[in-house]
Design a protein around this ligand. Structure first.
Ligand SMILES: Nc1ncnc2c1ncn2[C@@H]1O[C@H](COP(=O)(O)OP(=O)(O)OP(=O)(O)O)[C@@H](O)[C@H]1O
Length: 334
C-alpha cells in the first residue's frame, strides 16, 4: 500500500481544544489510485494531508501510524523526512499564487527543485523545466519561463504548480482543493491533465497515488476511484466512488449529496441543517447527531465504529460507514 494511515488521532495541547482534530482516522491510497477526501470546512481534511508530510499542529500529541510505502513517517529521522517531503510526496494547494514568489520568474520556480533536489545542472534544469511546461499543456513554454506569476491566469499558474509538483517524480500527490478556485471549464481541463498524468505513470509501471481533497462530493465521486467522507475529525464513510454516489449509506454523505445541485434534477438543493461542531465543542456519542434527521436517543452514547457496507452493486464489504443504525442492521443480518 502506498499510503496507509491507521487509527490516526491528533490532539492539540490541553486547553486548546475540547476534542481531537483527528480521531481514529484510517485511510489508504494504492499506487495508481485516485482517492477523494471530502467534508465541510474544519472536518480535518487538510490536517490529514499535512500529517502525511508530518507537518503537525504545534504541540500536537499523535497516536496511530502514517506509513508511506511501508515506512513510518512519524518515526523518520530529519534527513529521511527531508527526502520524503522533497522526493516521495508533493502537495498542490488551492491558490497557486500563494505557492509562488511574485517577483521571481516561472523558470526559477521550476528549476529550483530540479537543481536543489535532483542535483541537475542549471542547463539541464532549464531544458527539463521547458519540457515540463509543455507536458502540462502550456503553449510557448520558453516565453512562460521568463514571465512572472501576475502575467499568467489562475488556470495557467495551477498548471505550473502541477508541473513543479511532478518534477521530482513523486510517488504520492496530495491535491488540497487544487481545482476549487478555478472556473468550471478550467477545472475540467486541470482535472483532465491530472488524470492524464495518472494514466501516463500507470503505463510506465510506476503508478502515482493521489489524495484529492475537496468539499465537493459530486466532483470527488466523478473524479476519484474511492472516496472518504470526513466529519468532525472522523472518517464517517469510505466507499468506491460509484457506490458512494449511487447509494450513500451515512446520513452525512446523503446530506452532502442532497445539498449539491445536480444536472438533470429539478429538485432544490437541501442544505444540511445546523453547522459542524467546532474544536471547542466536546463530543460524546455520534458527532453527527445534532444534525441527523434519523438520530435516536441511543446515538447519544454510541461510540463511532466503522461498519462494513457493500458497494451498492451487490458487492459486499468494499467500504464502511460509521452509523449506529447501520451497525444494528449488520448485527441483525450476521
Ligand atoms: N495548527 C493548528 N492549530 C490549531 N487548530 C488547528 C490547527 N490546524 C488545524 N486546526 C483546526 O483543526 C480543524 C480541522 O482543520 P482542517 O484545516 O484540517 O480542516 P479542513 O477540513 O481541511 O477544512 P478547510 O476545508 O476549511 O480547509 C479546524 O477546526 C482547524 O481550525
Amino acid at each position: 500500500m502506498l499510503l496507509d494511515i491507521e487509527d490516526l488521532t491528533i490532539e492539540l495541547p490541553p486547553g486548546a481544544a475540547a476534542r481531537p482534530v483527528l480521531a481514529e482516522v484510517s485511510l489508504r491510497v494504492g499506487r495508481g489510485e485516485v482517492v477523494g477526501l471530502v467534508g465541510e470546512s474544519g472536518s480535518g481534511k487538510s490536517t490529514t494531508a499535512r500529517a502525511v508530510l508530518r507537518m503537525l499542529p504545534e504541540g500536537a500529541r499523535t497516536s496511530g501510524s502514517v506509513a508511506v510505502d511501508g515506512e513510518d513517517v512519524l518515526a523518520m529521522d530529519p534527513a529521511r523526512l527531508r527526502r520524503h517531503r522533497s522526493r516521495t510526496v508533493s502537495m498542490i494547494f488551492q491558490d497557486p499564487r500563494s505557492a509562488m514568489n511574485p517577483v521571481r520568474r516561472i523558470g526559477d520556480f521550476l528549476t529550483d527543485p530540479l537543481t536543489r533536489v535532483l542535483g541537475l545542472s542549471r542547463r539541464d534544469a532549464l531544458a527539463k523545466a521547458v519540457e515540463l511546461l509543455a507536458s502540462v499543456g502550456l503553449s510557448d513554454p520558453e516565453r512562460r519561463m521568463r514571465q512572472r506569476p501576475h502575467e499568467l491566469s489562475g488556470g495557467m499558474l495551477q498548471r505550473v504548480v502541477i508541473a513543479a509538483a511532478l518534477s521530482t517524480d513523486p510517488d504520492l500527490l496530495l491535491a488540497d482543493e487544487a481545482t476549487s478556485a478555478l472556473d468550471a471549464t478550467t477545472q475540467a481541463e486541470v482535472l483532465a491533465l491530472l488524470r492524464s498524468v495518472q494514466e501516463e505513470r500507470r503505463r510506465a509501471g510506476s503508478g502515482l497515488g493521489t489524495l484529492f481533497i475537496t468539499h465537493d462530493l459530486p466532483l470527488a465521486a466523478a473524479y476519484c476511484d474511492r472516496v472518504y467522507v470526513m466529519y468532525a475529525g472522523r472518517v464517517v464513510e469510505q466507499r468506491p466512488a460509484h457506490g458512494l454516489f449511487a447509494d450513500p449509506r451515512h446520513p452525512y454523505t446523503r446530506g452532502l449529496l442532497d445539498c449539491s445541485p445536480s444536472l438533470g434534477d429539478d429538485s432544490e438543493p437541501r442544505p444540511i441543517p445546523g453547522r459542524p461542531p467546532s474544536l471547542s465543542d466536546p463530543l460524546t456519542g455520534c458527532p453527527f447527531l445534532p444534525r441527523c434527521a434519523r438520530a435516536e436517543a441511543e446515538c447519544e452514547t454510541w461510540a463511532p465504529v466503522a461498519v462494513p457496507v457493500g458497494g451498492g452493486d451487490g458487492s459486499a464489504g468494499d467500504g464502511s460507514a460509521a452509523c449506529r443504525r447501520l451497525e444494528l442492521v449488520s448485527r441483525s443480518s450476521a
